[in-house]
Design a binder for this molecule. Structure first.
Ligand code: GLU
Length: 427
């Protein structure tokens, strides 16, 4: 049975690269009916923090992953690591240096392994120094504890980032010394920023938590991360985790460097937002609105839901919603100055708005169809294009040159607000 693991160090938030590593391990386990395990690599007691661990676990769940057993914690296994190190020591394959235990690396050998993603990788042991197993403070090194735990968890495949390629021959030496066959290894190319350098803070957000806050949907982010390591096929760019589980084959993973393309992620997110049910978007958008200090408590869910209907095709992230819909919650919305010059600083446009407002005054049924009819009638009577009334009116009621369909916006805002705003316009 396939057994894979994800082994985060809780010394920071979940990096996008680590989330991708977790996803591919999870996909491999679920595709093969195997097991996906979590191991918390918290050997660095100073830098490890419960706050990071909680967020990492939450983010993994948020992205749609589940794991098969309770996570194991390396901080609880120091005795085992020491015992095993002493075993190696007793076989004279290691020596003590003060309180540290150090593994002797035999020189002049080639260590070879067949990487699932990169193919054959050979390293000569002349390039490998003797390896610390237990440090003088009693804590194990990453390479040693990793191997011991992968052995005891019976891990069959180790999928991790390229930054660990140089660790793998060292780990293979430990497998040999302990008398075990190493698992299969696959190293995923690092995620690069648009400039070709390793994805880092200066490229924008690097942690899952930042994307969550920005209003990316988990399905979209997971989908995007999967595309950064595997090509499911020409017409298969948008795929759910469920579909990915069916289609995924570890042997198809790509060894090309993955460039992080925020525009593509935004596009995907927009696609997912469009497909999402309004009722599922509602609580998420309320949160976004309250983060920008818009008080939604005075507005009924029905009103918000209609607003979501109007704007869900117009946002790429949920955090854009507040800016797009400001005028639906408050009267002191921002006015687009360019647009104002273009549309509202003109006598004839103000006159058209005045006429339009007067006709709307008598309208009983303030529906978008009826509003539109009046607008088009006025345009015809005055030999104007409807757009010549629509654009200035949109600006008057929303402060924006773009938005949802004007008549739908007016219907939702309601007659009173609309007339008040239209009449507030003077040159
Ligand atoms: N804690 C290591 C990391 O986060 C795990 C590497 C591994 O998967 O072996 O990079």
């Amino acid at each position: 049975m396939v057994k894979v693991r994800f082994a985060p160090s809780p010394t920071g938030f979940l990096h996008l690269g680590s989330a991708r590593t977790a996803l591919f391990n999870w996909l491999h386990a679920r595709h093969t009916g195997g097991q996906f395990l979590l191991r918390i690599e918290d050997t660095d007691k100073v830098r490890s923090d419960k706050k990071f661990l909680d967020e990492i676990l939450e983010d993994l769940k948020w992205l749609g992953m589940d794991w098969d057993e309770e996570p194991i914690y390396q901080s609880q296994r120091f005795d085992t690591y020491r015992e095993k190190a002493e075993e190696v020591l007793s076989k004279e394959k290691a020596y003590r240096e003060g309180d540290a235990i150090i593994f002797k690396v035999e020189k002049g050998r080639n260590i070879e392994f067949e990487d699932i993603i990169h193919g054959n990788i050979t390293t000569n042991t002349d390039t490998i120094k003797d390896q610390v197993m237990i440090k003088s403070d009693g804590s194990p090194t990453y390479n040693f504890s990793c191997v011991l735990d992968d052995i005891s968890l019976e891990i069959t495949h180790v999928l991790r980032g390229d930054d660990h390629i140089s660790n793998t021959p060292k780990q293979i030496l430990f497998y040999e010394a302990l008398g075990y066959t190493p698992p299969k290894f696959g190293h995923m190319p690092l995620i690069l920023g648009p400039d070709g350098a390793k994805l880092s803070k200066r490229h924008g957000g690097v942690s899952v938590e930042e994307y969550k806050r920005e209003g990316f949907l988990p399905e979209a982010l997971a989908n995007y991360l999967i595309l950064l390591g595997w090509f499911p096929g020409e017409d298969q760019e948008i795929l759910s985790l469920e579909e990915a589980v069916k289609l995924f084959d570890i042997n198809d993973m790509s060894d090309v460097q993955a460039k992080f393309d925020i525009q593509k992620l935004r596009w995907l997110n927009g696609e997912y937002i469009m497909k999402e049910k309004n009722e599922d978007l509602l609580p998420l958008l309320k949160k976004q609105l309250s983060a920008t200090k818009i008080d939604t408590s005075k507005f009924a869910d029905e009103y918000l839901t209609k607003l979501i209907d109007l704007y869900k095709i117009r946002m790429k992230t949920l955090s854009e919603f507040a800016g797009l819909t400001e005028c639906f919650f408050q009267d002191d919305f921002k006015m687009d100055e360019e647009g104002k010059k273009k549309y509202l600083d003109k006598e004839e446009n103000v006159e058209n708005i005045r006429i339009f407002a007067n006709r709307l005054e008598g309208l009983e049924d303030f529906s978008h169809e009826k509003i539109e009819k009046i607008c088009r009638d006025i345009a015809e009577e005055r030999s104007l294009k409807a757009a010549e009334i629509i654009h200035p009116t949109r600006l008057a009621i929303s402060g924006k040159t773009k938005g949802a369909g004007l008549f739908e916006m007016m219907e939702l805002l309601g007659k009173e607000k609309v007339l008040e705003r239209m009449r507030g316009i003077q040159t």
